[in-house]
Design a binder for this molecule. Sequence first.
Ligand code: NAG
Ligand code: NAG
Ligand code: NAG
Ligand code: NAG
Ligand code: NAG
Length: 624
Amino acid sequence: MRCSWWARASCTLSSLFYFASQSFAAPTDIPSAASFYIPSIPHIHANPDINLQLYGGHLSADPNATRASPTDVTAHLYFFMVKNRRTADKQRVVFWFNGGPGCSSFDGLMMEVGPWRWDGKSEHDFWVKPGGWEEYTTMVYVDQPPGTGFSYTSTDQFAHTIDVVQAYMLEFIKNFYQVFPEYKTVDTYLAGESFAGQWIPYIADAMLNSTLNIPLRGVAIGNGWIDSKSQYLTYLDFATKIGLLKENTDAWKKVNKLTQDCSAAFDRLGGRNPMKMKECSHIMYSVMDSKAHKQDGVDMCINIYDVRLEDTSPACGMNWPPEMPAINKFLAAPEVVASIHASAHPGTWTECRGQVHLAFHQDDSESAVSILPRVLSQIPVLIFVGDQDLICNYLGLEKMIKDMSWNGGTGLGTVQTQSYSVNSLPAGTWATSRNLTYVKLFNASHMAPFDIPDITHDMMLRFMNVNFSSVIDGTARIPSAIGSDVKPHFEEKLDTGEGQGTPASAKTPQQNKAMWEAYYNAGSAALVLIIVFLVIGTFVYCRLRRKRVQLPTTTHDPNEENIPLTSHRGMADDEDIDSSRRRSAKGKERAKNVATANGGSNVEEEERIFDVGDSDDEDYKHNK
Ligand SMILES: *[C@@H]1O[C@H](CO)[C@@H](O)[C@H](O)[C@H]1NC(C)=O
Ligand SMILES: *[C@@H]1O[C@H](CO)[C@@H](O)[C@H](O)[C@H]1NC(C)=O
Ligand SMILES: *[C@@H]1O[C@H](CO)[C@@H](O)[C@H](O)[C@H]1NC(C)=O
Ligand SMILES: *[C@@H]1O[C@H](CO)[C@@H](O)[C@H](O)[C@H]1NC(C)=O
Ligand SMILES: *[C@@H]1O[C@H](CO)[C@@H](O)[C@H](O)[C@H]1NC(C)=O
């Protein structure tokens, strides 16, 4: 299946048929699959054992594109597709989304579930490694909503509301099927993390209700921001539980007071549960302040994505993971951008784009927990959570599940939570009830697949109901168990790459361990990364300071076009109640950058946005 007729045709014809789409207006006809084929990418070091088939480029996402004038810049979403290298029991496709709002899915591709990893040393080189989700599943990384990552549109078309986000994604999928019709009937999943916990249920809901007949079989959300009420109100519990705060200390009382104020603010809304509540946005910062200290004269604080780590203040996790500088350099290289067919995007790639973030009215949009029961009545949902994350911690998600009613019951009910082990080592806990699966993952951060790629891959294969008895080769044969549900014993060789064998059979823990080590030695990047990221956690990359305002122009000159946001509501009115000087200082610095980028125009508008501090807060909050 890896070499279907059309894929071969694509490879042959790719160079003949690719026309860089320099025109921004909606294409009148859909380009061929071959035009999206990516033969190779500079600075990605091939692995002869792992043959990747890559596709990528822009697809129109504006359902009204045909009514737009030819000079209009309409919404185009960028996707990067990695075709499955093996087939387990059937074909599957996963659409992956990172969070934000406004964070690029290249986070997932470059650091979490993609086919390559950084080596911890090079400036911007990446090495193809085993263990990515593309081993058995076609992965499609989507930069959305428009304006995120390599996606683009005119700034007045940035999504303000969730129904527009849905409409853009449906149009994208429709066009994706026109280019790749063979996926129309393939089992489809959505997966992602963080703020994608809002996007995914809404997109799933729209897909299930659409006339496109998308064979959506499930959705998986990692460390999601899904239910702001439950999640804001449990920061205190989490901080107390892990010992960040001691009960009845002054710091604890302060956070307790903020939590009560937040709760009262929700009560005043009479049942509404917006994705963001300005009255609640300071709880987490107060938790963080409790651990603030100086180290060698430098202000340090907790890493909000991994409570085991610290970062310099005020980044507090923004400098993490340590691969960010390499990713930025890689995706800024014009030869890379050209090779992945992203040149139609103006300016440089940025991990999280503030303008997209600010444009989306989180405080007017209902948290996705409100529609999750409707999704659960139709398809299985996996909620997984790395237990070392503060910002979207497991206690908040457990409270959400406990309070949620779906498929005729409330909470998980009487089902037994089982232990989940991978390669005979404890990996977490697993519980499934009425289409909802909750997996708590040990020793993992906000970006769980970054820390434990093997375990999260196994988890996803299980969630997608891969029939392990029919798996012939590859990492799906790494032993794992949920309670007494153990994978079949594999007698043959474990094949981690294409034709690269290591001993497999799962007889004793010692043998398991040896096999596991062999697997990892074959692709030890993950281990190297973990060590590296512990050692150089303070490596400096300040995303906020570098953030530029991205404007949809055909040139790279930011002065060329200055379309202001059509609305600043929901951001500009936020007040920085209790934020420390460092955050307002940062806000000013950003305003200054913006003013420079805009050649001095539009300063007041931007200052109004960037000075309030809350936008910073939100960048912290859901930004991966
Ligand atoms: C498309 O146009 C209709 C009618 O003008 C409008 O209501 C809708 O919001 C537009 N959709 C998008 C995604 O812009
Ligand atoms: C489903 O789609 C129909 C037709 O487009 C629409 O009327 C209805 O409101 C949608 N339902 C939901 C739950 O989105
Ligand atoms: C669960 O999901 C399946 C599809 O996998 C669906 O048919 C079923 O109605 C859903 N609801 C329940 C209660 O299982
Ligand atoms: C991982 O988590 C488990 C359970 O919390 C714990 O027993 C174990 O020591 C942890 N392992 C590491 C390497 O931190
Ligand atoms: C799983 O695969 C095995 C081997 O191909 C097959 O015998 C079995 O029927 C399959 N099970 C299911 C539930 O499809």
